[in-house]
Design a protein around this ligand. Structure first.
Ligand SMILES: O=C(O)CCC(=O)C(=O)O
Ligand SMILES: [Fe+2]
Length: 296
């Protein structure tokens, strides 16, 4: 129990963060924002893509030997995840790394034997610092004196691998909102489109930018002040592969999380319970089942 209000504010708000405040204003005004990443982060992401290229080029048996599907960890082939309906799966292979699963993958020797896994560990650590700053800024704005939501153990990084020319569908991923607090995304080639004023528009990102996409949990936390950003991946028909990287940020289940802005839209709703169940909507196990190794 913290008795001294002044001390609380001091502890929770150690630095003023103008860059994160600007990002939050951008999210509120536009419904998405462009995060400036440092040179080291850019280098880290590019390196991850080059390692992903080698990984996804391997034969299926080798790729799929790095999958702990009960924990939603590692490789996933096309067909398991979808954006709207399971009859139209996302036309992408993917490789995920969850912070919660580090002990399992360490025990399985992946750090030594699976370069994409080792590389994504570094990248997710790097991206987490940007998210922590943004969440603290949100907490400071709407619930001064409280810490930003803890997210590390419930969040995961993923690289998607697309072969556009192999598919006749116009959309490699149908329009959807992510069931997370936010997603940071970047890609090596075009395709990602976001809905602005009811129309899908291609995303253009500078060399040192990642897109911040609000998910439905952020909408819940903000009482609708920040709507979910709908997005899709359009088929460019290109013959060279498309790689994208997402950092999907969820709240940890072991905390009390009240909406920052309370109103009729979120009265009586339980943020943690909804976070747990949202992956089911896209064909994935709940957060708890994935944590406990009860996924498929
Ligand atoms: O590949 C992309 O650019 C976006 C992927 C995406 O939206 C997702 O996996 O949820
Ligand atoms: Fe998405």
């Amino acid at each position: 129990m913290l008795s001294n209000a002044v001390e609380r504010v001091h502890d929770c708000n150690p630095v003023d963060n103008p860059a994160a405040r600007l990002l939050l204003e951008e999210l509120l005004a536009r419904g998405h924002a462009k995060l400036q990443i440092g040179r080291e982060t850019r280098r880290q992401i590019d390196h991850s893509f080059s390692i992903a290229r080698e990984y996804f080029a391997k034969p299926f048996p080798e790729k799929s030997s790095y999958a702990l599907s009960q924990y939603v960890e590692g490789y996933r082939e096309i067909g398991l995840e979808y954006s709207q309906v399971k009859e139209r799966p996302d036309l992408t292979e993917s490789f995920s790394l969850w912070n919660r699963n580090r002990a399992h993958t360490e025990a399985a020797g992946w750090i030594q034997s699976c370069p994409i896994h080792a590389e994504l560990r570094r990248t997710v650590d790097d991206l987490s610092t940007y998210v922590a700053d943004l969440f603290q800024t949100m907490a400071d704005k709407w619930a001064p004196g409280t810490p930003g939501p803890r997210f590390e153990r419930a969040s995961y990084i993923q690289v998607n691998y697309y072969e556009p020319a192999q598919h006749s569908r116009d959309m490699l991923q149908d329009g959807h909102e992510d069931g997370h607090l936010i997603t940071l995304v970047t890609a090596n080639s075009p395709g990602l489109e976001i809905e602005i004023d009811g129309k899908y528009m291609p995303v253009e990102l500078g060399e040192n930018e990642m897109l911040i996409m609000p998910g439905s949990l952020l909408t819940l936390m903000t009482g609708g002040a920040i709507p979910p950003l709908f997005h899709q991946v359009k088929n460019s028909r290109r013959t060279d592969p498309r790689y994208s990287m997402m950092f999907f940020v969820n709240p940890e289940g072991n905390q009390v999380l009240e909406p920052w802005i309370k109103n009729a839209s979120n009265a009586g709703r339980d943020v943690i319970a909804e976070a747990n169940a949202l992956p089911l909507k896209f064909g994935l196990p709940s957060l708890e089942d994935g944590t406990e190794g009860r996924g498929r």
